[in-house]
Write a protein that binds this ligand. Structure first.
Ligand SMILES: [Zn+2]
Length: 590
């Protein structure tokens, strides 16, 4: 990406500028405007939908295509049991306060953050402590200045009923991960019963946020990309680590954060693992991939960091968590992805709640021979003593662990089972050899989880620049919502027909194009720069004579003259990053 299109000094807040541009040009806007809007819902317009699809295509390219992660698509609504088992019904709650005058409700931790209390501190507070802090800092309603009532914990999942039965509670999924866990057995079969493997789900999720006021950053309905990677905890080696081991990860460690310091430390992936800063190789691998993803979306490495979550900030299922953060103009560092080591928590929860076995079988390299004690009641000796009860005595004895029977016989010469005394001479104790060929266990999981709308927002912010008082959206060429603009110099003399002919060829070649014949060429270029259209092709009178065209670069505003022969091939190479702009033709000196 060329840096000359970047803005050197943006006068207003970029958040305001981007939201204004987004609305005007059709990237995104708040939904339901004609009814006064509803906070936390967003509509992506024609340009935004394209851009979002391109960002999601990047996720698929990086994880599904290149690493071979599975992808699945499941339902947004789930029966209550799923989120009861996963712990969400108990834990997915935020502290909320209500203004006693205007009755607006707010997230208490966000109000305290505005008073300089870090989210880390706010998150571990009890409701009593929240009340004390609100009083101590004199926090009042930001809307009317009223006083707040006592806080309560509010469940931020959307609750509904499935079908017309009030007893059949369902929830809108607040993440896409649980779908993957509940389908584990089928996915494992598809993986030909081998570990490790991963599965990603990219789809809508719902969180009934208390007061979303940050545009794309905090939405009630949003797109999430959850990737669950399953592996054997006894074989935690990542066979792809060599691809990323020299990648640098700037990490803000817990110990640094606890000293109220914001300085991150640079570790290579290899270093971070050797020093046990990151405990799982697969987690480190996905963190490096996440960094690369953001670079490909246009966020420089220097504007990214990973922050280690403190014990009380971690989700209820996680043993070690990092957030990937990107620096943005209005809010400073914001989270764009989370990286959690979820261990066997989720599968174990669903196993327990559903009663379905979700363990996997592992064959030992060499079968293990085990000696097993076998206790056999001698019925010929029990019968005369217990008569009709002797079968019941035998059954009760079978429930006692063999070693316990042996120990008690040794100590007392008898054992009491269900109030029956069984004597040493009434049982046969033998040792039997058995061959054990393998074992069953619950796989462990590391999870990278991306908020697609946040990826979208940071891609917009880092593309945003001003050149000669004009907005230029310098998206990396692989995610530009429209690749090529087609501009006939005039809409007459056959120039428009020639332009349509060229556009048709490019469409057949799979390019995303836009035809624009309105206004001066200068105005059309300006419109294209704002929309982030990567290249512009101008068809003029010479085109009709010698089949040459002008191609213009969005970022440098440079132009080349080239023949339409081999045009699709050259453009493919350009968009794949195998050819520079200067290699598309001969530079026109302006
Ligand atoms: Zn109020």
């Amino acid at each position: 990406m060329s840096s000359d299109a970047k803005c050197s000094k943006v006068e207003c807040d970029k958040f305001v500028a981007i939201n204004e541009l987004a609305k005007r040009r059709g990237f995104f806007w708040s939904s339901f405007e004609i009814y006064g809007g509803s906070g936390g819902f967003v509509t992506y317009g024609p340009l935004g939908t394209r851009l979002k699809q391109n960002i999601e295509a990047k996720l698929r390219e990086l994880f599904v295509k290149k690493i071979g992660i599975f992808e699945m698509e499941s339902s947004v609504i789930a029966p209550g049991k799923v989120f009861e088992a996963s712990g969400h019904v108990d834990h997915f709650k935020e502290p909320m306060v209500e203004c006693q005058s205007c009755h607006q409700r707010f997230r208490a931790d966000h109000l305290l953050e505005a008073k300089g209390i870090t989210s880390a501190e706010a998150e571990k507070m009890t409701l009593e402590e929240v009340t004390q802090e609100i009083e101590r800092h004199g926090v009042v309603c930001p809307d009317c200045g009223g006083k707040f009532g006592y806080p309560q914990r509010y469940l931020t999942m959307f609750e509904t009923t499935i079908g017309p039965y009030s007893g059949s509670v369902g929830y809108g999924r607040p993440e896409a991960a649980q779908n993957i866990f509940v389908e584990f057995n089928r996915l494992y079969t598809t993986a030909r019963e081998r570990l490790p493997f991963g599965c990603i789900q990219i789809g809508h999720a719902l969180r009934n946020e208390i007061s979303p006021r940050q545009g794309l950053i905090r939405l009630r309905e949003f797109t999430i990309a959850d990737l669950e990677f399953f592996f054997d905890p006894e074989e935690p080696v990542c066979d792809k680590l060599h691809e990323v081991e020299n990648e640098t990860l700037p990490i803000l460690l817990c110990e640094t954060r606890l000293k109220d310091c914001e300085d991150s430390t640079d570790f290579t992936v290899r270093d971070a693992l050797d020093k046990k800063v990151i405990r799982s190789e697969w987690q480190a691998f996905f963190m490096a991939m996440a960094k690369r993803l953001l670079v490909e979306l246009g966020v420089p490495a220097s504007k990214q960091r990973f922050i280690e979550k403190l014990t009380w900030e971690k989700a209820h299922y996680s043993t070690q968590s990092f957030d990937q953060e990107v620096f943005v103009d209005r809010w400073g560092w914001i989270e764009v992805s989370g990286h959690a080591y979820r261990t066997d928590y989720d599968l174990s929860c669903h196993m327990k709640a559903s009663g379905v076995d979700m363990t996997v079988y592992k064959e030992y390299p060499i079968p293990i021979e085990k000696e097993e004690l076998v206790i056999k009641p001698i019925m010929a000796k029990l019968g005369p003593v217990y008569k009709g009860d002797s079968e019941r005595v035998a059954a009760a004895l079978a429930k006692v662990p063999a070693q316990q029977v042996v120990d008690e016989m040794k100590k007392n010469g008898s054992i009491m089972v269900d109030n029956y005394q069984v004597l040493k001479e009434q049982v046969d104790i033998t040792e039997q050899k058995t061959i054990v060929r393998g074992t069953r266990f619950v796989p462990h999981v590391v999870e990278p989880s991306f908020g697609t709308d946040r990826l979208f927002y940071v891609a917009m912010e880092y593309a945003y620049g001003i050149k000669d008082d004009r907005v230029v959206m310098s998206f990396p060429r692989s995610i530009a919502p429209i690749q090529i603009g087609i501009y006939p110099l005039m809409s007459k003399d056959g120039l428009d027909l020639k332009a349509k002919e060229i556009q048709k060829i490019l469409i057949c070649e799979g390019f995303m194009t836009e035809f624009d014949e309105t206004g001066s060429i200068g105005r059309r270029y300006a419109r294209a720069d704002e929309a982030g259209i990567q290249l512009g092709i101008t068809i003029d009178y010479d085109t009709l004579k010698d089949s040459t065209i002008t191609i213009r670069d969005r970022d440098s505003w440079q132009q080349v003259r080239t023949s339409t022969k081999d045009l699709p091939k050259m453009l493919h190479q350009y968009f794949e990053g195998k050819r520079n702009f200067e290699q598309l033709g001969s530079i026109i000196q302006s």
